[in-house]
Ligand binder design. Sequence first.
Ligand code: B1H
Length: 833
Amino acid sequence: RPPDVASVRKVTQNTEPIAIRERTVDGFTREFLRELNFGQGVDLSRASVNDQYLALARTVRHYLMVRWLETLRRQYELQAKSVAYLSAEFLLGRQLDNALLASGLQDVVEEGLGNLGIDLATLRDAEVEPGLGNGGLGRLAACFVDSLATMNVPCIGYGIRYEYGIFRQTFVDGWQVEKPDNWLALGSPWEFPHPEAAVTVSFGGHTETYDDEGTERTRWVPGWSVLGVPYNYMVPGFENGRVNTLRLWSAQATRAFDLEIFNAGDYAEAVRAQTFAENISKVLYPEDSTPQGKELRLQQQYFFVACSLANFLEEVLPEDFDLRRLPERIIFQLNDTHPVIAIPELMRILVDERKWNWDDAWAVIQKVFAYTCHTLLPEALEVWSADLLGRLLPRHLEIIYRINEEFLDGVRERYPDDELRVRRMSIIAEHPERSVRMAFLATVAGTKVNGVAALHSQLLADKVLHDFSEYFPEKFTNVTNGITPRRFVRLANPGLSGLITGAIGDGWVTDLERLKELEPLADDAEFRRLFREIKTNNKHRLVDVLRERDGIELDPDTMLDVMVKRLHEYKRQTLKLLHVVSLYERITSGVLDIDKVTPRTFAFGAKAAPGYRMAKQIIGLINAVGRTINEDPAVKGRLSIAFPANYNVTLAETLIPAADLSEQISLAGKEASGTGNMKFALNGALTIGTDDGANVEIRQLVGDDHFFLFGLTEPEVADVVDAGYHPTSYYESNKTLRHALDLIASGKFSGGDRHVFEPVVANLLQEDRFLVLADFQAYLDAQDRVDAAYADTDAWTRSAVLNVARSGFFSSDRSMRDYIDRIWHTPPIDPNA
Ligand code: B1H
């Protein structure tokens, strides 16, 4: 039976408790072989690795199943307040290892499979990661649901089951070529489809008013509809018996829709209609931070939000629930503006369908939504053309207009004779075309608005949403991001985890501040030796993975200097590249004595949005510089570049634990938070970084002596820009910079062709929106400090240990506590209640 409301009711009423499966090696082995034989239909001697993987996944899933049903049953009994995390992205990463860890089955499974002659590691590698997100924002959602389950907080994650996740990146002659990510092709053992619980979602059409027993009401007469089929995923807490639910929606054609067309005799048209409907959840939009305003994307947003609200109101809540009490039962957290259309949708449900009056509905709305903003870039603030929105969701546009009118009435009352302010604050922009500013809508309707790091929240309140923070000061708050220590330390870095547990016990996995207890060990020579040994082992593990995965040979005896994140100009991969090119140029021209250069491997990982031309050029340039440097005997053993294609969660899990130096070099005031920065610090890399996003907090916590700070601060950036920034003046006055840029312009990295990378160089010289040239010298100086520090192995290791010991704050468990205290007010469930 589906683990859904209907079955929950049944369980509470009339079933015996299901026997807990035997958690022994023999018990596991029996279950596994049963799955292989009856689930996959093969016997062990003929089973492929994929057969074995699928059977194992289903076996592990069975063990968690009992707890899942139990969690649902208790939730139904307790009717406790839950979090509904609405997110267009959940970048989950591989599931198997996490499920094994959460269920405490690792040892049993390893031994059981071993007895059958199967290597667990081989099966792990057979899993294709669900890449249902672009980068930090999607991964954050996955960390948050992990933490909530671990902390015993009721949560449902709601999102989209994209048939194709983030594209698979390949390189052809060094240029990015995208391939579809067919992650479902070999089977998807972690999901539970529930076609019987499908929700109908409508689009288009028109609205009309009618007389409802003396009251004039509006109704929406949609033009077409699709079905949303829920696929449930387990979100197991760490060793605590709780399993929350992630519900992702898949679009299908409605029966009525195609029946009508079939009956009209147009078979081909009916099949085409099916494809049309299914297109909605077909593919994840690969733009990280610059949404394109495409109609299909708005369809996706409304689709998953409408399904989720309907599911929560009609299936999760008890049948007779009084919606006036909704704020006691739920908080809908809006992960950026992507789900903000939920606000007018809930208004529509309450006002049009449940026939509430407007004010009562609005009062509830203002208590059940909260909004997280993830950006500061103006071009990333989502805006929908009123024309498009009105065609796709005519009733929602009307509702937005009314929300805006009433809101602006209030603004006018507070600030009479300030029409300029009214225009600035309007949810509706008039130029360049009439459009809806989704961040404003979320701010007006939500109970809280939060940024994702201290600096970011400050800048949000002071700049991007300044009028709003003045108008609603009580709404604005900060919750600094975090990462789950289960996946990114315990699983990704078993060596370090063992060392930590040996020193302070294993409580840190769910109480990361306890890493503080490691501080004294930074001065313990034997501890440092073991710490270094683990880093070296992690490098060897990475060497093996890159050889196998990419055919890349990497020297484990060099400093591993890593920059992995989406390719974006504001993140400044070109600054990193200019450092490498400058080192190369100075060595080959004899300015630098090669024997004095610290041997380094520069690792890059980055996907570019397929339509972002400059980003793709930069990828081409990194690969071109890499090819030249890696082949040049003059720098052999000193400088090399490794740029494995298709950086993803799985690669991050081996790359980050091996890193010595973490590159977090965005222009100050542009990176909202960053979360990779936290993962590196917790795995014992030192950071070279600007005062941006969560770097600020990392530096404050680990201490200036253990962090390489450089570059303009955010106020300095503002001053430079206000004064009129001229990149050429830096080019002209700095010889090192000039030589590096000239070398690129000379065609050195493009077989003598001066045209290939001309756009990158020209952009830096003429525009340089993100002040790469202004920060170049400061960056080089900071890299010199890195070299000096690295030369003293003991001091470096001491700093690395202190980075680990002082970064416990960056657990997403702490982020969740902050959301609970400041925004959600959803207490954890007492396990003994
Ligand atoms: C972040 C996005 C984002 N901010 C639009 N904004 C997207 C915007 O598909 N889209 O259209 C996708 C993603 N992602 C990131 O969020 C920030 O840049 C990081 O600094 C931050 O750490 C992360 C999590 O808060």
